[in-house]
Structures are given as C-alpha cells and as structure tokens.
Design a binder for this molecule. Structure first.
Ligand SMILES: [Ca+2]
Ligand SMILES: [Ca+2]
Ligand SMILES: [Ca+2]
Ligand SMILES: [Ca+2]
Length: 346
C-alpha cells in the first residue's frame, strides 16, 4: 500500500514536471538547450520578452525557478526573517527594486510610533503579521495613513531615506524616526537601517556617497532584488532582508552586523595577506553561527594551471571564498585556485 502511494506520488510529480517543462522552455543557450521548470516571475530585465539568456543565466544555472516554485500562482522567494549584511560601499536603499527589503532595526523604532500618546492612534501596524515592522508594512495603506509615515523624498513609496530625513537635500533629520536617541542602547544612535563606518564621523546613512560606488547596491540586487514586482530583476532569494553596512575596518563592521542580527555576511574585499583584524572579525562571526562570504579577487588568475597557492585563502579557515562563473559555468573574472570553496554564476 505504501509502495503504491509512493508510485502514485511519483507519477503525479512526473506529470507535473512534464507539464511545467512544456510551459517553461527557455531558448537554446549556445549549443545547449537549457530547460527549467518552476515559477517564472515577471521581472522584465531577466524574464521579460526582451531579456536575453545572458541576462538570466544565473537563475537558469542555479535552477532558481524550481526552487521558487510552490504553484502556478504562488512562489517562495525566501525568508524575510533572514538578514543578510551587505558589508560593502553602501546600498542605494531608495532603489525601486530594493527599498522593501532593506532591514529596519526594530529596537531603534521610537516607542512613540509603536504606542503613540494619542488614544485615537494605535501606532504602527504589523500588517502581514510576521512580528516585524518592515518596509512592506510601512507601504501598506494602514500605515500610510499615519502622520509619521510620509514619502518625504517624493519617489512614490516609503524607503529608508524617508525615515532618516524629512528633507534629504538640506540634511534635515526626520525626528519622528531619526530622533537623536539611541533607543536600543547599542552605542549607535539612530541606526535605523544600518551603519556607515566609512564617513567621517561615522553615521547612520550607509549610502554610496561617491558616484560610481554601485558595488554594494549591485550585490544587494543579485541576492535580494524584489522579485515578481514587474520592475528590474529578481534576486536569488528576493524576500531576504538586506542590512547595509558601509565598511571601514573589518572588526567594527562585522561586529555590528553580527550583534544586530545578520546571519549571512556578504563582503567583497581584496584580501592579499594576513590581517589580524579580519581574523578577529571572522572568529566573532563564526562563534555566532554567521556565514561569512568574501569573493576572490577579479584578476582572473588560474592557480590550477599556473600552479600557485593563494596562501591567504587557506589561512582564513572560516571564510567562504566563492568565485563567479560565466553562462557556461566556466571560470569568469574571479581568480581560482587553492582555498576556493564554491562557484556561483553571477
Ligand atoms: Ca520615498
Ligand atoms: Ca542604536
Ligand atoms: Ca533613535
Ligand atoms: Ca524586481
């Protein structure tokens, strides 16, 4: 009886696979026909009619549509409670394909917004009931009706910059949120959406201040661009929460990310040798069960054929070193060789 049920389920699964394979057939990529089954989101830059195979090969090679698939009309893009710190040169938290996924430090939200003195006002609402106040909640009509949820920068939605500034051009703080009080007592005043260690003095706007500083925003997009919103691209795990940390030293940036709830750290520093600060930061992350990734350099060296060892990658035992691949799964920009842990199409 049990075997029958198993076979029955297997047949059903096979029928489903055949159905979805017919439904979702990508065009030939080079000489190889790539078939993918699963949920295809509507993000135009990767899945629209104009998108080329080179725009979406990362999703095809990783078979992300299959991982996302729940049903024809429902997808699973990851867990919002999973916080990924992008420790880099800042993240454009006003970006239309990122704003909803930016981390909000729950304990830095002023109590006056959760429990307002006005008895008529019941405060901010956790609309989707996930136990957090997120930008998804703040962009719901229930919260948009509150006098302290305002699109100050006039871009059509509530984003991190709206919480920090009532007038960004003139650097006027939004004191409803950015109240000058270290509400969570973590020694970072008003760290509502991350921290900028690089500016002098350091501050609460982990924003790419120099034009061309798009690296952190790009990393944030690859992993967490809002999926299925008809805009731009789809992140690999587009429902995760992104904590922007603009870094200076390893220790302070990593400790901040770990202490404030990041479970994954994505960093992209050129590491050429031994650094005691990095090792301390790694020990700290590792002892708190935080995965720590750092891409290898982009000089394209091949340690396998050239026969050298990159000793630094072997020294940092707890650091995960990914390399990027091209659409064929072959070596791309990244250097390969000893100490590399995994390869990812990107
Ligand atoms: Ca806005
Ligand atoms: Ca704080
Ligand atoms: Ca505060
Ligand atoms: Ca999108």
């Amino acid at each position: 009886m049990r075997i029958m049920r198993f076979l029955d389920r297997r047949r059903k699964t096979q029928r489903n696979i055949q159905r979805h394979t017919r439904r979702v057939t990508f065009e030939p990529l080079e000489q190889r026909v790539v078939l993918s089954v699963g949920y295809i989101p509507n993000d135009p830059l990767q899945f629209g009619p104009e998108a080329s195979p080179s725009d979406r090969y990362n999703h095809e090679l990783m078979q992300n549509p299959a991982a996302w698939w729940v049903s024809d009309t429902e997808a699973n893009f990851g867990d919002r409670e999973l916080v990924v710190a992008v420790v880099d040169n800042g993240v454009d938290y006003t970006h239309p394909d990122l704003y909803e996924n930016i981390w909000i430090n729950q304990d830095e939200i002023p109590d006056a917004l959760m429990n307002p003195p006005d008895p008529e006002d019941d405060g901010l609402s956790d609309v989707d009931g996930d136990g957090l106040i997120t930008f998804v909640d703040l962009n719901d009509p229930t919260n948009l009706a509150k006098p302290y949820v305002i699109d100050h920068n006039d871009n059509g939605y509530i984003d991190a910059q709206d919480l920090l500034y009532s007038d960004y051009a003139n650097k006027v703080a939004n004191t409803d949120w950015n109240n000058g009080v270290d509400d969570d007592n973590n020694a970072y005043v008003d760290d509502l959406v991350g921290w900028d260690f690089k500016s002098s003095p350091d501050d609460n706007t982990p924003w790419p201040t120099t034009s061309g500083d798009h690296h952190g925003t790009r990393i944030a997009g690859i992993l967490g661009a809002i999926p299925d919103n008809g805009v731009g691209m789809a992140g690999i795990a587009g429902n995760v929460t992104i904590m922007p940390v603009r870094m200076l030293s390893y220790e302070s940036s990593i400790e901040y990310a770990v202490d404030n709830g990041a479970k994954i750290i994505a960093m992209s520093r050129g590491i050429g040798g031994w650094n005691s600060g990095l090792q301390k930061a790694l020990d700290y992350a590792y002892s708190h069960d935080v995965l720590f990734f750092n891409g290898t350099d982009n000089t394209g060296r091949d340690g396998v054929t050239e026969g050298f060892l990159d000793h630094y990658r072997l020294q940092y035992e707890q650091l995960l070193f990914p390399v990027n691949t091209d659409s064929e799964g072959a070596k791309s920009l990244s250097s390969i060789g000893s100490g590399v842990d995994l390869a990812v199409p990107a």
